[in-house]
Design a protein around this ligand. Structure first.
Ligand code: DER
Length: 217
């Protein structure tokens, strides 16, 4: 099965879970995008009323284009949520943030009683960090402080994420920078230890969350 077909399959699985009246946290990234399309189709076909809590401007625009009403965590919490991931290990720890939305994504995941992670087989790893660096949203004023405090970790490389169609670094929706940090190993307490460093707004480590994986073999 191709990766694209696998993503389509997984997107359909999450649309099957939609019930009338649901408030759903919607992740960012290409797999979540396919799921939103599948949900919009089901809403139209079955005349369901669903409200989305988007995790980025990108997915907010997609919901608007598909006539899915949106709300925000400021107004209400989701009944359930779905999102993609860059890596999933055997304990269902995740690396997320390739798309740079992990700050808002983690807020939605932490606010949701049920979380479905949509993953095609390419996302499974034996050990976190095999394929992806860990993205971190950092206040620009803390860049040097954070880099200094990261020396207490087994860091192999720290890269400031540069924008593609704009000179200079990526600026997140919250107005911060993103560094991509490659670790030699990732221990279970890294998410909490990194969160304690002043200036790290959020990391792409999602460890120990009670998530249900939706995948296809
Ligand atoms: O950036 C993110 O956190 C996305 O959810 C990412 O982890 C998965 O994106 P994909 O579905 O395009 O692989």
């Amino acid at each position: 099965i191709s990766n694209k077909d696998a993503k389509e399959e997984v997107a359909k699985k999450v649309a099957e879970r939609v019930k009338d009246g649901d408030v759903i946290g919607v992740g960012s990234g290409s797999t979540s995008f396919l799921a939103v399309q599948a949900i919009a189709k089901k809403m139209k076909y079955h005349h369901l009323s669903v409200t989305a809590i988007p995790t980025s401007h990108e997915v907010e625009v997609v919901c608007a284009a598909l006539n899915i009403p949106t709300t925000s965590l400021t107004s209400q919490k989701p009944d359930w949520a779905f999102d993609g991931a860059d890596e999933v290990d055997e304990q269902r720890n995740l690396i997320k943030g390739r798309g740079g939305a992990m700050f808002h994504e983690k807020l939605v995941m932490a606010s949701s009683p049920e979380n479905y992670i949509l993953v095609d087989p390419s996302k499974f790893v034996k050990v976190l960090g095999e394929n992806f660096a860990v993205p971190m949203e950092v206040d620009a004023r803390a860049l040097h402080l954070v880099e200094h405090q990261l020396s207490d970790f087994p860091v192999e490389e720290v890269t400031l994420r540069q924008a593609e169609s704009k000179d200079g670094p990526v600026i997140t929706e919250a107005g911060n920078l993103i560094i991509d940090v490659r670790f030699a190993t990732i221990e279970d307490d890294f998410e909490t230890r990194l969160a304690a460093i002043p200036g790290i707004i959020e990391t792409g480590l999602f460890m120990g969350y009670d998530v249900e994986l939706l995948t296809v073999q």
